[in-house]
Design a protein around this ligand. Structure first.
Ligand SMILES: *[C@@H]1O[C@H](CO)[C@@H](O)[C@H](O)[C@H]1NC(C)=O
Ligand SMILES: *[C@@H]1O[C@H](CO)[C@@H](O)[C@H](O)[C@H]1NC(C)=O
Ligand SMILES: *[C@@H]1O[C@H](CO)[C@@H](O)[C@H](O)[C@H]1NC(C)=O
Length: 395
């Protein structure tokens, strides 16, 4: 009798267990209406999450509280109409009290070339949903921060480096026909330069006879990490090089248009030598020279094919020695067809300014952003590893 009861009980327990397992299986089975759930989720998100992302400029950009933007505060209309951003649902301000609490900003942008502001160095509290942005246009040697103290601080990088989260180049090259940006980029699709002799630029043809001087350089920082001053001095042993500014013996008043006109009328080459040999570090001096009828001679840490059309510049790092570079410059300067061939790109590409805030806005709107945490553990390593001291060209 007792044995039978025990057996029944065991059977009953087994049944209850099997039944429970069945219910569990049904509940967790994938036979659910994912479409319906997704629709409900998206509708709820659209209703609760504000469409606009807010960006705060924490500090000034070298004293410019607007960071080269046209206003102190920009709303979605300005992002769309002034900056021409494809994703424009953003607002940006340089006033800390633009929103009622600092934790409400989706991104706070810090200019790292200068120390944190003395009075309000850092936000007192930080929301885990916010992005702290490492914004910088200067090379690592000019970073006035103790970056080793800023571990696990930044979520996004916004610099001239092409592997930044938001790329902020000094300028862009656009395709003249389509208006689309071509460079900088990791793999720009450049057109092929025309065959030598098939290209005739009437302006360069006209200027050629008056270009009786070889190379010019405007420079104000005399001692640099790249030792460009030594390269220039070595080059001066082989070709005529006129150095203007505090590092040379010639003067041309800054801002005087005749200084720039001289590059068209008098000189063959302009030295666009960077102060540091750092990855992707290509500055406005190069783009300014490209706007003129002069061939830039570049020296820097960048892979210039990612920035400029082929055959539009002469890269000093492609030569083994100063003698070889000087010889090549003399060769180009000595042949009008050769010299003119460096200007072929002008009918296809134009130089334009670029604003990083379109990309930042798009980034904050990207669907994956809300569900991803990104932290730069050691920002100093990320930033410093991009430079070298040794150049390829010997001088
Ligand atoms: C420079 O960049 C181009 C385009 O991405 C690439 O094909 C080439 O290998 C790079 N050169 C060097 C030396 O890294
Ligand atoms: C280039 O064009 C100019 C007129 O603009 C002409 O005088 C000159 O002969 C041409 N040069 C060559 C090499 O075709
Ligand atoms: C940004 O970094 C902070 C601190 O490391 C982290 O707590 C936060 O979740 C990160 N935010 C995002 C949006 O990745």
């Amino acid at each position: 009798m007792r044995l039978q009861m025990r057996r029944t009980l065991t059977l009953l327990l087994l049944c209850v267990f099997l039944f429970g397992a069945l219910i569990y299986k049904i509940i967790t089975s994938p036979l659910v209406d994912q479409n319906g759930i997704l629709r409900e989720y998206l509708e709820k998100r659209a209703a609760t999450r504000p469409a606009t992302r807010s960006i705060l400029l924490w500090s000034s950009f070298f004293g410019d509280r607007r960071w080269q933007l046209p206003f102190d505060a920009l709303g979605p209309e300005q992002f769309r109409d002034e900056l021409k951003c494809p994703v424009y649902q953003c607002e940006l301000s340089n006033r800390h009290d633009f929103l009622p609490s600092l934790e409400l900003y989706d991104a706070i942008v810090f200019h790292v070339a200068q120390p944190f502001p003395l009075l309000k160095p850092l936000p007192a509290r930080r929301s885990p949903h916010q992005a702290y942005v490492f914004a910088l246009m200067e090379p690592p040697g000019e970073t006035k921060h103790q970056l080793s103290d800023e571990l696990n601080f930044y979520n996004l990088t916004m610099t001239y480096r092409l592997d930044s989260d938001i790329v902020w180049p000094y300028a862009q090259l656009l395709d003249v026909e389509t208006g689309a940006p071509v460079a900088p980029g990791l793999q720009p699709h450049w057109r092929e330069p025309p065959a030598l002799g098939s290209w005739n630029d009437s302006t360069v043809w006209r200027l050629w006879p008056t270009k009786t001087k070889m190379a010019a350089w405007f420079v104000s920082h005399c001692k640099t990490l790249s030792k460009r001053e030594q390269l220039a001095a070595a080059l001066q042993q082989h070709i005529q090089l006129d150095i203007y500014g505090s590092c040379g013996n010639l003067n041309c008043a800054r801002g005087d248009p005749r200084c720039d006109d001289m590059l068209d009328t008098d000189f063959m080459f302009y030295l666009a030598f960077e102060n540091s040999l750092c990855m992707d570090y290509v500055t406005e001096k190069l783009y300014a020279a490209l706007q003129r009828h002069i061939v830039p001679v570049v020296f820097g840490g960048a892979n210039y094919t990612r920035f400029l059309p082929p055959h539009s510049y002469i890269d000093a790092e492609r030569f083994d020695s100063v003698e070889q570079l000087a010889e090549h410059l003399r060769f180009v300067a000595g042949d009008v067809q050769e010299y003119m061939s460096y200007f072929w790109w002008r009918q296809h590409y134009k130089i334009a300014n670029s604003s990083p805030f379109c990309e930042l806005c798009a980034r904050l709107h990207h669907p994956s952003w809300a569900h991803r945490t990104q932290i730069y553990g050691d920002i100093q390593a990320w930033w410093f590893n991009s430079c070298r001291l040794a150049s390829h060209i010997r001088f």
